[in-house]
Design a protein around this ligand. Sequence first.
Ligand code: SD4
Length: 323
Amino acid sequence: MKGNTRRSFIKKTVLGGLAFSTSSEIFSKTAPNVTKPIVISTWKWGIDANAEAWKVLQQDGKAIDAVEQGVRVSESDPNVTSVGYGGLPDREGRLTLDASIMDETGNCGSVAFLESIKNPISVARLVMDKTPHVMLAGAGAKKFALENGFKEENLVTPDAKTKWQEWIKENNYDPNYIDPHNHDTIGMIALDKQGNLSGACTTSGLRWKYHGRVGDSPIIGAGLYVDNAVGGAAATGKGEAVMKMLGSFLIVELMRQGKSPQEACELAIKRIAEKQKDYKEFQVGFIALNKQGKTGAYAIRRNFKYAVANKDGNSLKDSNHFT
Ligand code: SD4
């Protein structure tokens, strides 16, 4: 390149700013202080899930192991009626589970419409680690789980069955109905001591859903997304609304453009409000964590809670909201 042309190229590059920088360059220039390890997760059961994840993180473990171990706690708890064992079933009385996981290399795995396997997140992890695929669904996902040592179990508890039997008497299915006692999916993002990010998301989906319905949680980019150069995000609430705008991917891309996790979550909720006219009828909440260990959370409506654990403790927080 001749002198003048080269100088003008360099000048344009500098003026072009962020467009010419990689994500990791952006963060290394702007973030001398990184809070790590740290883990963020959705809803009040995030506290117990974070505590398990924290055991992995404080022992120098990997974020991918922390998020898998963390959300397994909610999956195995029959008192969490929207995740795993004890979840409320679909309109036919069957419990079908969705989960996804994503690691620091950009690898990911998910399962959808999976029945009778207690810890779908660990099946999703195996899909990621042992197959050339990203997603397995339904009977195929169950066959894969059984072949890999998972056992078949009845996951519909007597309490869940009773609630379903009461519901079918009225059979008034409203996917937008917000029951304060029926929240919600667990999504979790962790940053480990090595500075690597991973995430997990697992749910029994909307109660009384159509048999065969799959939500946002196993859809990479919708219920969960992680880019180790930037950050990660996870969603809870009405999955259809999140699938329409790939909420978690959007939040990560907004962080890549320089938004804080909080700003990115707020912009994603505003996107839903702009594009989905019935947004006041349902709830969506997002959490986010960036490469510097900064957190964000935002929801359409009040009552969205999230849990954050770092060296200062493990606490439940109230998210700000749009309406
Ligand atoms: C879904 N986002 O399947 C999940 C479940 C949830 O309120 O969070 N329900 O749509």
